[in-house]
Ligand binder design. Structure first.
Ligand code: AMP
Length: 495
């Protein structure tokens, strides 16, 4: 595979499985719980949705679109079953095809297997080649199909599901939170570094696993039990679960971006409420980058909690200076830059009376290309803001994610082309402050050794060909003067 400008051979057009998963086993039909659970996890993927359930055999449906668009009432009646799994998928551009939707189902001589995967397998191509040589045919470009074929191969070889589940994971390098159905049994697996979230809860006569704890808060009758441990395999029963552990290192590599942006603020991930982490990020930003200003304006929805935190510490009021059109699709995945720019304009508008003549601290979660924040600064200026000081609740993102977040190539990141003062110029901000690594780590309340910071540091917790493996380095190395706000000042009248 060809490499481009320092990009590893894995940053190709394979879909990145940045998704939500769910699984349930009970003594009465669980289909509507899976359906509503998927709707609760909709923020984790809007491209496709799918369910696979068991009742006298495996039945499944997958489709492109939001959960309520994919499933009709009749589908939910047809998909009746006492055990099942589900998936919502969000992938990169170019691979939005139904073939890659999940759950992926495979028929074997042992029985039927269905898989829902959140994460990304770094050595998927290698495994795919190996299995192809053994005569397995692949229908999709997805890593998840590689997982299901590998598992099917292992089950057929050993004839022992529990042993196969332990052994096939030996081959997987990367991030994987999995919901699996093998005939009528539901299993869940979390990779040994616990990179993507996965937790377990219980309802009346049923057990459930889900990507985020918010599912158990919101679904009537459910109760959150705990996060799956690193390398844990559980088999769900109607009255409990059986658990085993894969070998695992003495540290984890939870993805920091789940707290920074991806997960719902009302979820608790590995014992840290996402909302609290974001508020703390905002407080840190206020300590690191104070500025004389009149109001704090969040970028909805991704900067809301951080703006609260900034306001607590600075004493400034939070003002809803920007209004979001909820019915415009995500601009991040639009393939053309021009479409992304129009998309931001359609999505957000300023409240003129709230921002006119004000010195605004504008708070958002992260900058990738810089398209979004640049447009938003422009919108505020057009509405009459006198100054716009941008505060970002994450370090500059410079490196691709190979472990399940859709950020693929180095040339996508503005922070690789420009210094922080140059970015401030480009986005036409009066000042720009990115959170320091020390600030981020303290907000997440996990040790640095337990967090994956690959997209910030270029060092990954698993071997990725062409990339560096993580070494422990002092936090100071990532919180230097490059993250100081630009001193530059612009008169608002000039635009
Ligand atoms: P941009 O800088 O224009 O590329 O967009 C950055 C904004 O998109 C951030 O403020 C986030 O709200 C959102 N974002 C960041 N990373 C992702 C991602 N991997 N998928 C979808 N949205 C993202």
């Amino acid at each position: 595979m060809a490499r481009d400008q320092g990009t590893s051979e894995f940053s190709d057009l394979r879909p990145k499985e940045k998704c939500g998963i769910i699984g349930c086993a009970g003594t009465s039909p669980i289909t509507s719980d899976l359906y509503y659970g998927l709707r609760i996890l909709q923020h984790r993927g809007q491209e496709s949705a799918g369910l696979a359930v068991y009742e006298d055999g495996l039945k499944s449906k997958r489709g492109m679109g939001l959960v309520h668009e994919v499933f009709t009432k009749e589908d939910l009646v047809d998909l009746r079953g006492n055990s099942g799994i589900g998936h919502v998928r969000y992938s990169t551009t170019g691979s939005s095809v139904l073939d890659n939707a999940q759950p992926i189902v495979a028929k074997t001589s042992y029985g039927e297997i269905a898989l829902a995967h959140n994460g990304d397998i770094a050595n998927a191509n290698e495994i795919r080649e190996e299995l192809s040589k053994k005569g397995w045919a692949f229908m999709t470009t997805s890593d998840s199909e590689v997982i299901v074929r590998l598992l099917a191969n292992e089950i057929v070889n050993t004839g022992d599901v529990k042993r196969a589940l332990r052994e096939f994971t030996n081959r997987l390098v990367g991030a994987y939170s999995l919901a699996l159905m093998i005939n009528d049994s539901v299993y869940a697996i979390r990779d040994p570094l616990a990179i993507r979230p996965l937790c377990i809860g219980e309802g009346n006569d049923r057990m459930m696993i889900a990507s985020e704890s918010v599912v158990f808060d919101t679904l009537p009758g459910y109760r959150f039990i705990r996060d799956l441990k690193p390398g844990e395999i559980v088999e769900l029963r109607s009255d409990g679960f059986e658990s085993t552990r894969l070998p695992h290192p003495n540290h984890t590599a939870h993805c920091m971006f789940e707290w920074v942006y991806f997960a719902r603020p009302d979820s608790v991930l590995d014992e840290r409420l996402v909302y609290d982490a974001r508020v703390k990020i905002g407080e840190q930003l206020a300590h690191e980058y104070p500025v004389p200003a009149d109001i704090v304006v969040p970028v909805p929805e991704s900067g809301r909690a951080q703006a609260q935190g900034y306001a607590h510490v600075s004493g400034l009021p939070v003002v809803e200076g920007l209004i979001k059109n909820r019915y415009i699709e995500r601009t991040f995945i639009m393939p053309e830059q021009a479409d992304r720019e129009t998309g931001v304009m359609l999505k957000l508008n300023a409240i003129r009376s709230a921002v006119k003549n004000k010195r605004v601290v504008l708070v958002d979660d992260s900058i990738v290309r810089g398209t979004t924040i640049r447009k938003i600064v422009g919108i505020l200026r057009l509405a009459g803001a006198r100054e716009v000081h941008v505060r970002i609740g994450c370090l500059p993102i410079r490196f691709p994610c190979y472990l399940g977040i859709d950020m693929k190539t180095r040339d996508q990141f503005i922070a690789n082309e420009k210094t922080v003062p140059e970015i401030a110029d480009f986005i036409e901000a009066d000042s720009l402050g990115y959170l320091s690594l020390r600030g981020l780590i303290s907000a997440l309340k996990h040790s640095r050794d337990d967090i994956c910071l690959g997209c910030l540091t270029g060092e990954y917790p698993v071997p990725i060909p062409g990339e560096k493996m993580r070494k422990e380095r002092p936090l100071e190395m990532f919180s230097d003067s490059a993250t100081k706000p630009s001193a530059r000042k612009k008169a608002s009248s000039s635009r």
